[in-house]
Write a protein that binds this ligand. Structure first.
Ligand code: APR
Length: 319
């Protein structure tokens, strides 16, 4: 059991993370900071704390609008950001405006982490994932083992579900990796997709796989459209907790995470989704996997789009 896990942003995703961290007894102390008035985080945590006797969980749950509540956290999960929604005047913010707003929020978040939990392991979920995690890296200058982004676990879970449904097998039987950036350029790695250790093509026809991979790339948007408001929140929260548990229990578990590459896969200085081993020291090792020529090509394209995002983030810093 960890001593303390802190969540930044207690909206849809952060709310599930706090609730699950408590019900899974992941840490003795669970803290939430959210700037939303009047005292949103306090209210959210009081609600959860009042349920702890019912589930026999001796866990201290504390929420605040002030960042000092995260003090001393072992793991920080960042979900702070604003979604792309229509303004009261009916207009939509441009992608650039939205990125500008979310980068400002990330600067604020970074200050809070640097001041109150400088040694924490940081797992970031906020979107646009590639941009936010890069900005956190610029601001916090952490060793790469201590700052990772959550994207691949969720993207791979979506790919696994679609394949399990198509093949008519348990989701447990499907192993898969989705790599690259967290956007349309992500790459479901078919050559590494196995059903009970056997190649996926033995169960699902290639044309069907093409369609399922295309669906995986657009899966976030599919949920947004169906919900009508907000975006997926349970599956992203569970995915981040999967990463937090691997660290908390020193599982040495390999999963796809957005991590700073230092020459692996021929990439230097960018956060890209690749398989990595997670344990008590955070991101302990990047695992290089064999890719087919086609997958290598797609990986390169995805890296180019991540590079473009990083350039945008740097340009916005200099403004
Ligand atoms: N510090 C702390 N919390 C903040 C800050 C800040 N500087 N700025 C915003 N928040 C809070 C908001 O008050 C809100 O409660 O972050 C929360 C975000 O919650 P939601 O709007 O419900 O968004 P959610 O669906 O949880 O997604 C969070 O993760 O996957 C991404 O695209 C998603 O970027 C979004 C983020």
């Amino acid at each position: 059991m960890l001593n303390k896990i802190a969540v930044i942003g207690g909206g849809n995703i952060g709310g599930v993370v706090v609730q699950e961290a408590v019900s899974r007894r992941l840490a003795r102390n669970v803290a939430l900071v959210d700037v939303k008035p009047p005292e949103f985080a306090k209210g959210k945590c009081l609600d959860i704390a009042e349920g702890t006797p019912v589930i026999s969980a001796d866990i201290n749950v504390e929420g605040s609008r002030e960042y000092d509540v995260i003090e001393g956290a072992d793991i920080v999960i960042n979900t702070a950001g604003v979604p792309r929604t229509t303004r009261p005047d009916g207009t939509m913010p441009t992608r650039e405006e939205l990125l500008g707003t979310n980068l400002k929020i990330t600067d604020f978040v970074s200050e809070g982490i640097a001041r109150f939990a400088p040694d924490a392991m940081v797992i970031s979920i906020a979107n646009p994932l590639d941009a936010i995690v890069y900005r956190l890296h610029m601001n916090l200058k952490k060793d790469r083992s201590r700052l990772i982004g959550m994207a691949g676990v969720l993207d791979s879970a979506r790919y696994r579900l679609f394949i399990a449904q198509e093949a008519g097998v348990s989701v447990d039987n499907v192993q898969a990796m989705v790599l690259g950036g967290h956007g349309d350029s992500m790459i479901p790695i078919r050559s590494a997709c196995r059903i009970a250790g056997m190649p996926v093509e033995q169960f699902v026809a290639p044309e069907k796989l093409d369609a399922l991979e295309a669906r995986t790339r657009k899966a976030g948007g599919e949920v947004v459209k169906l919900l009508g408001v907000g975006s997926a929140f349970v599956s992203p929260a569970w995915s981040a907790l999967e990463m937090a548990e691997a660290i908390a229990y020193d599982k040495k578990k390999i999963m796809p995470v957005s991590t700073l590459l230092k020459g692996e896969y021929g990439v230097n200085g960018l956060f890209v989704g690749v398989p990595a081993l997670l344990g008590k020291n955070g991101m302990e090792k990047v695992i290089e996997m064999d890719l087919t020529e086609k997958e290598k090509e797609l990986f390169k394209k995805s890296v180019a789009s991540v590079q473009k995002t990083a350039d945008e983030v740097i340009a916005m810093t200099q403004k």
